[in-house]
Write a protein that binds this ligand. Structure first.
Ligand code: ADP
Ligand code: TPP
Ligand code: MG
Length: 319
């Protein structure tokens, strides 16, 4: 349990004071040989190889304090990274958390962030191994999370799809983007469950290793939009990804009441969903609970009902 909410800003406390608030609640697991507090952490590995990934979140770009609580941000930064490990077929074992924040940041925000982080990591048995704190100019706050993981099965790359494969996903489509759209319109009450998914995504992490065991030929997690991310599989594999509009229709319809005409764009180009998208050698190999969306053919790019798809999706720099 975290101590009661703190009334001060970071300018009022020392780094050690702040760490003393954070450390007691951090989750651990059996792989942790040295946890937070020393110069590095030490993690035992069973498989002889480590999966490593990192993802950053920046105030104003990845979240707004009017829309997301500290707890939401804590949960989301875990989800983003754990989904990346799952997308290789792996299981996350530990996380390193860097918090860079302006001195005017409330200590209560850091406590709320830690609560979300601890909850999301603890629920899936992931240890928080340590991290770093740094100050920033006024108005700046960012989080960087590094996740470490392992896999008992060979990793699944983006590059293994071949013509004849089936495209499928586990999780949801367009819900995060629809939630963001409602926040931007100022009508979050129209579908609070979509807003909740945007603020606190929880991907089907456990399906990553399942897909790997079922022979997935390529896989990634949907962070920048279905068409853009599928295009990455197509490009890495040297194939054409063929989406079937009829297979996508129910996911578009499910969002139509909340966001109307935008529903299709949410499904095709919405980011931050963190569902797993994979290709399998045939329909029989697609695991239970996965939804088939199309097939892999010869050529390049992504087509929807035969029509080549251009642009859309999230890009930090090109917009
Ligand atoms: N600044 C960087 N230096 C080196 N490699 C990077 C950097 N940024 C991203 N990458 C690598 O580029 C690839 C694509 O990154 P990204 O789009 O962030 O992946 P993801 O959507 O899985 O988070 C990843 O393999 C990532 O490790
Ligand atoms: C205030 C705000 N504006 C816009 C967005 C939408 N947004 C921010 S990042 C992103 C996509 C992916 O993020 P990134 O951290 O680059 O994921 P990666 O591809 O590295 O996994 C999206 C759709 C948001 N979450 N919050
Ligand atoms: Mg990234």
């Amino acid at each position: 349990m975290l101590p009661p909410v703190h009334p001060q800003t970071l300018a009022d406390v020392s780094e050690d004071d702040l760490l003393a608030l954070i450390f007691p609640s951090l989750p651990t697991n059996d792989s942790v040989l040295v946890g937070p507090g020393d110069d590095t952490a030490q993690l035992a590995t069973g498989s002889g190889a480590v999966l490593a990934t990192t993802d950053a979140m920046v105030l104003g770009r990845d979240w707004r304090d009017e829309w997301s609580t500290g707890e939401d941000v804590g949960r989301k930064c875990v989800a983003q990274n754990v989904a990346d490990i799952a997308a290789m077929g792996g299981v996350t074992t530990g996380l390193l958390i860097t918090l860079v924040a302006a001195p005017e940041t409330n200590v209560a925000w850091v406590q709320s962030f830690t609560k979300g982080l601890v909850a999301a990591a603890g629920e899936i048995g992931v240890a928080v191994l340590g991290g770093d704190l740094s100050s920033a100019p006024a108005g700046v706050r960012m989080i960087s999370v590094t996740a470490l993981g392992e896999t008992e099965v060979p990793v699944v790359h983006r590059s293994g799809a071949t013509p004849g494969d089936v495209i499928a996903f586990a999780g949801s489509l367009g819900r995060s983007a629809a939630g963001l759209e409602l926040l931007q319109r100022g009508t979050p009450d129209l579908a609070p469950e979509l807003v909740a998914y945007h603020c606190r995504p929880r991907a089907a992490y456990e399906q990553g290793p399942v897909a790997a065991r079922c022979g997935a030929t390529a896989m990634l997690d949907l962070s920048d939009g279905l068409v853009r991310d599928l295009g990455r599989i197509a490009k890495a594999s040297g194939v054409r990804a063929q989406l079937d509009g009829a297979a996508l229709a129910p996911f578009v319809e499910a969002l139509a009441t909340a966001v109307g005409e935008e529903a299709r764009a949410c499904v095709l180009t919405g980011g931050e969903e963190h569902s797993l998208l994979a290709t399998f050698p045939d329909r029989g190999a697609v695991p239970e609970g996965w939804h088939v969306l199309g097939t892999v053919g010869e050529g390049a790019g992504v087509v929807l009902d035969g029509e080549l798809q251009h642009g859309g999706g999230w890009d930090h720099f090109a917009g």
